[in-house]
Ligand binder design. Structure first.
Ligand SMILES: Nc1ncnc2c1ncn2[C@@H]1O[C@H](COP(=O)(O)OP(=O)(O)OP(=O)(O)O)[C@@H](O)[C@H]1O
Ligand SMILES: [Mg+2]
Length: 347
């Protein structure tokens, strides 16, 4: 009986031993597997750490670049604002002497008329002038002078008027911007901007003048930052002129004349009368869908160095959207032209 039990026990022990051995084998396999996965994990971890380090380096580089860019922008902004006040000062200085000239033109005209009248009277009273006087009258072409002098004076008056309106525009345009929003006549802002851009709009050797059509609607005064909105008009109009110049390339004067360069400015309140809408349209090169995606980005430009910095639209966007809670949209057909639509809430 006892013998049978031993046999049984040995059998069971052997079985347990086999099971243990199998378990051992399995755990050995598991251990190897674990080691392998650990190695893999370690490798991945090292790779991730490496990538993170590279990313960090790139970020540091980028943040350094951004810091430099910000610094440059601040320098530029500083330059612009000192340039702005310089322009305002110069414009003011110009107004004074122009005022003298304009002020003296009226008495000068009167004196001239009196003198001419006196000469006429002399001629009537003494029709038989001496030989010397007759010669001088002929030499100086008295008849012509008599006709031309008044024209000369009025063109001088026209000139001084123009100088003072330009210098007034420069002053309004470049005045330091107010800290708080003030009531502003948008049409005045657009007109001033157009006057400042006049030298770029008028005709030259290669093309006729750019036609500017102003369809001004009935707009109320707008509570806004006037200097900033003038900046927006300036940036959009300058872009329109650039786009027209680009469209002209390769075309002769007469060809351009047949399909004239045009900028159309529409203003109107929206239907609900709670927004003002300003549309600036050109028939220049137009903008591809691809560029439309990117053109409001900071520093994006398709123009050559020195011609464009790629700041105009991003600044305009910031001024309209962030400073005035409005919207700035674009519609364009490549080869036909573009339209920029500004919408600003009235309250
Ligand atoms: N009216 C337009 N017609 C065609 N393309 C335009 C027009 N306005 C803007 N663009 C395109 O958008 C780009 C970005 O314009 P943005 O005014 O921001 O910069 P820029 O004119 O190139 O340079 P900057 O205004 O700083 O001198 C331009 O380079 C141009 O390709
Ligand atoms: Mg521009």
């Amino acid at each position: 009986m006892e013998f049978v039990d031993y046999q049984q026990e040995i059998k069971e022990l052997k079985k347990a031993n086999r099971i243990l051995q199998k378990q051992l084998e399995r755990s050995e396999v598991d251990r190897v597997k674990l080691e392998e996965t650990n190695e893999k994990k370690e490798y991945l971890l090292r790779k991730v750490i490496g990538e993170l380090k590279e990313y960090q380096n790139n970020l540091e580089k980028r943040s350094h670049e951004l810091e430099m860019m910000l610094l440059n922008l601040q320098i530029m902004q500083n330059k612009m604002s000192s340039l702005g006040s310089l322009v305002a000062d110069v414009a003011h200085e110009i107004n004074n002497p122009v005022g003298f000239i304009a002020g003296n033109l009226t008495p000068a005209q009167e004196y001239i008329q009196n003198l001419l009248h006196l000469i006429e009277l002399y001629q009537k009273t003494y029709p038989q002038a001496s030989q010397e006087i007759q010669e001088i009258i002929k030499e100086m072409d008295l008849e012509y002078v008599r006709k031309d002098l008044p024209k000369l004076i009025s063109s001088m008056r026209e000139g001084t008027n123009r100088i003072s309106s330009i210098s007034n525009s420069l002053r309004t345009f470049s005045r330091a911007d107010t800290e708080q929003k003030v009531m502003f006549n948008l049409h005045e802002g657009i007109d001033n901007t157009l006057l400042i851009l006049k030298h770029r709009l008028k005709d030259n050797n290669t093309r006729p003048a750019i036609q500017v059509v102003r369809n001004y609607g009935d707009l109320p005064l707008l509570l806004c930052f006037p200097g900033q909105l003038n900046q927006v008009f300036m940036n959009l109009l300058a872009n329109a002129i650039d786009a027209l110049d680009e469209a002209n390339s390769g075309l002769g004067f007469d060809e351009i004349k047949k399909n004239p360069n045009q900028i159309i400015i529409d203003t109107a309140p929206n239907k609900d009368k709670n927004h003002v809408l300003i549309k600036i349209q050109d028939n220049g090169v137009g903008i591809s869908a691809d560029i439309q995606q990117k053109m409001f980005e900071h520093l994006f430009t398709t123009k050559s160095v020195g011609k464009g910095t790629g700041l105009g639209l991003s600044i305009a966007y910031q001024i309209i959207v962030q400073k005035h809670r409005g919207t700035l949209e674009v519609k364009s057909v490549l080869g036909k032209g573009s339209e920029f639509i500004i919408s600003i809430p009235l309250s």
